[in-house]
Unconditional design. Sequence first.
Length: 431
Amino acid sequence: MRRAIALGLSALMCTALLSGCSRETDEGGKKVTLKVVTQFGGEDPNTELFNTMIREWENKTGNKVTNNSDKADNEWKSKVIADFTTGGEPDVMFFFNGTVAEPILDKIVTVDEIQKEDPEYGKNIRSAVMNAAGNLDAEGRPISVPMTGIAEGLFCNKTLFAQYNLELPSDWASFMKAIETFKSNGVIPIAASLGGEAHYFFDHLLLAVGGDEALAVNPTTEAEVPASWAKGLSLLKTMYDAGDFPKDTASIKGDDARIYFRRGEAAMYLDGSWFSVVDASTEGAKVTEEDVEVVPFPSYTESTNKPGTVLSGYTSGWYISRKCWDDKDKRAAAIDFVKSMSSDEGITRFAEANGGFPASDGVKVDESKMTPQKRQFDALLKAAPVTPGVLQDNLQKAAFEVYLNNATKIARGEITPEEVIREMVKENQPL
């Protein structure tokens, strides 16, 4: 009898335990695997950190992540967009905002909608960043959660400049003098891939002639195009004729251009605050952080640009796809993943890794962990009279591709800037 009672109690306890486990599973949610796509891949300075943070999140939550990240070039952007059109979109992604994201806006969930379910989602992000024009849809709703901002500048090997008794470029005359001197001494003046990564020269050459006003225009008719655009793009030929670029600039990839600079074979390189060289303790390194100084891209001789102007902005953020949102099992996990990555702690770690500028006022980056180039960018931004965002992110993808496909031809004089601009305008009609 006692055995029967004991068995009965045992059964009741098991039932209670199973019931409790069932409730815990329901409340905690089913464990899922999130497909995540970001630009934290390849040689991006965030790659190692992001992989570490993924493992930490997986261990904490019991969920899993399929990480399909890669370096953010134009081919990668197109692939991400294509995945949305074929139903292969990620659950969560860190992707560009602006017109680049327009083709997928109907397939992502706005920040406002997510905040109705979780009011803390993205709440630590500065309002001016969250509500910047490039991060809003047609109804004025934020589309992504930014983390760190970027700035762009001209990286100079000051050791090479000193070797040839040259001043760092501060205007067009000193810039061209440096180009001529380096060219005559067998040094590549600027490491650049006009065939594979010409986009930095688009914004900076327009800025060099027309200032920030030239970057505030997003023309859909030829009448709206400032005259400074054609003059700015014509400087590609001026620089090419002066021997500014590597001989294989039309065929090399962006990675190859970076190698030229890192090996000390090129004196200058135009890129963003995420670009890095090795620290001074790296044995055998050709170019270290101590050799490099970042300066604003110089203004053309006849220019309305304000000297010291630096391109900057918060051009990317976290997205949750509609497909993921509609999956009740994945929704909570996706929210938690983005909140973990974009928390003040997460942003601090990313900012220290990539040299970016935090999107939250609650983040204070330890200056001792900053690279010399990050401190230089900080100083440039503080001194800059204006810090416009890049224009290319506002142009329609097809319009900007007209420039990318013709940059080398402009440089060689095979096509005029006016012809390229005319075709760009045709392709820059709203979707």
